[in-house]
Design a protein around this ligand. Structure first.
Ligand code: BGC
Length: 412
């Protein structure tokens, strides 16, 4: 049986500036230089034997330096040709704040022009731009001032956002303010894994608070300049399932409230749509992450694509359109990606049948790219990147996804 997606459904893939562009200069590039050796050493503790054997590059410090990444900054046109060839009609990417405002209050006109060209290239190919304004990297001057924990962070963000909307707003309908505030706050301000490596619940709380304020300011600023634009936030939500027993049922409610709904409850009046990033399924059995792990990705994450149905159904309460702004898995051999995409989209079709207003799907990612503190070894791309030659090779799963995009339907 064939399931037809609603007409006008957007099909695409996502990237973020720091992960694909190359030649950046921001708080991450500086952190990479001082942490590459440590990260290369720590992999022995963190990853299992099969992963260490499959990806020996994880032991090389240069794996952790983003450097020229995928060279997408220069090759965006060729990359968008691939996107078009794959039958997609939309594309999600992010703007690198450190390029736009390398010094406080000084905007770089050449870099602004670069993103104008990026958007023009998308439009020429019939691709609807979904523009993320902040995907985790900061200009150095702002990082030095304490980054998101600076009390004025929301104001700095608003100023940069205003500038972007003034110069790009004519050609952009969909804006995404902040990518996954909860994942950023968790890793940078609670677990101390990412720059600036702060720890503790208070740091997490204040980081989240600052990002919420920043989102609200950005929302108002964008709507003031371009009232017809659609402004969303991006959240990384989990599918929580509880094992038997009252304690587990209560834990599930608490985790869901805290992780999936805390941010949304606070910002939903300043959202035209919800951007959902879905990767994680969490079985609760007197603790979280007690998963069965039937199919794990190369980075060791449990994959449970059908879980997205539940998460989507739980978003109905906000009565907003939903775009799936990320979903994907690290799979170098492309063994499971087709299955993963198809199972995800079947679950999405079930959620649509249940009345959730889903309007688009963006696979993570278009290209293999720089996976933050893991560097280059995890391969999330529909398109494989040879980091030596920069050659692109379309993976078989991408061709299967292309059929779905072109037909706007899936065989159930
Ligand atoms: C992030 C991406 C990241 C992906 C895979 C998402 O949480 O937005 O930047 O590469 O997960 O880890």
């Amino acid at each position: 049986m064939e399931y037809k997606f609603p007409s006008g459904f957007l099909w695409g893939a996502a990237t973020s500036a720091h992960q694909v562009e190359g030649w950046n200069f921001n708080d991450w590039t500086e952190w990479e230089k001082t942490n590459a050796n440590r990260l290369a050493k720590e992999t022995r503790m963190e990853f299992q034997e099969w992963q260490q054997e499959k990806f020996p590059e994880m032991f090389e410090p240069k794996n952790y330096i983003s450097d020229h990444a995928c060279g997408h900054y220069k090759r965006f046109e060729q990359d968008f040709d691939i996107v078009k060839e794959l039958g997609q009609n939309a594309h999600r990417f992010s703007i690198e704040w450190s390029r736009i405002e390398p010094e406080e209050g000084k905007f770089d006109e050449r870099e602004i022009e670069h993103y104008q060209l990026v958007i023009k290239a998308l439009k020429e190919r019939g691709l609807e731009p979904f523009v993320t304004l902040w995907h985790w990297t900061l200009p150095i001057w702002l990082a030095k001032k304490g980054g998101v924990r600076n009390a004025d962070f929301p104001k700095y963000f608003e100023k940069y956002v205003k500038k972007m909307v003034e110069v790009l707003g004519r050609d952009v309908k969909y804006w995404l303010t902040i990518n996954e505030p909860e994942i950023y706050s968790l890793n940078s301000y609670y677990r101390g894994r990412w720059t600036p490596q702060k720890k503790g619940i208070l740091n997490f709380y204040f980081s989240m608070r600052s990002l919420m304020k920043a989102h609200k300011r950005a929302y108002r600023a964008i709507k003031k300049i371009t009232p017809l634009s659609m402004v969303g936030g991006v959240c990384n939500l989990s599918d929580f399932k509880s094992s038997e027993g009252v304690v587990n049922a209560i834990l599930k409610i608490l985790f869901e409230r805290f992780w999936n709904h805390r941010y949304l409850r606070r910002v939903h009046h300043q959202l035209d749509f919800i951007g959902l990033n879905f990767y994680f399924h969490n079985r609760i059995d007197y603790g979280i992450n007690k998963n069965k792990k039937e199919v794990v990705s190369d980075v060791g994450w449990d994959t449970h694509p059908e879980g997205i149905e539940n998460v989507l159904a739980n978003l109905k309460r906000y009565d907003k359109p939903v775009y799936i702004t990320e979903s994907g898995m690290a799979d170098k051999e492309d063994k499971y990606r087709r299955w993963f995409i198809e199972e995800t989209l079947k679950a999405v079709s079930r959620a649509l049948e249940r009345g959730v207003n889903i309007q688009g799907y963006f696979h993570w990612s278009l290209l293999d790219n720089f996976e933050w503190d893991k560097g280059f070894w995890p391969r999330f791309g529909l398109v494989e990147v040879n980091y030596k030659t920069m050659e692109r090779r379309i993976r078989p799963s991408a061709l299967e996804y292309a059929k779905i995009c072109k037909n706007n339907s899936i065989n159930l």
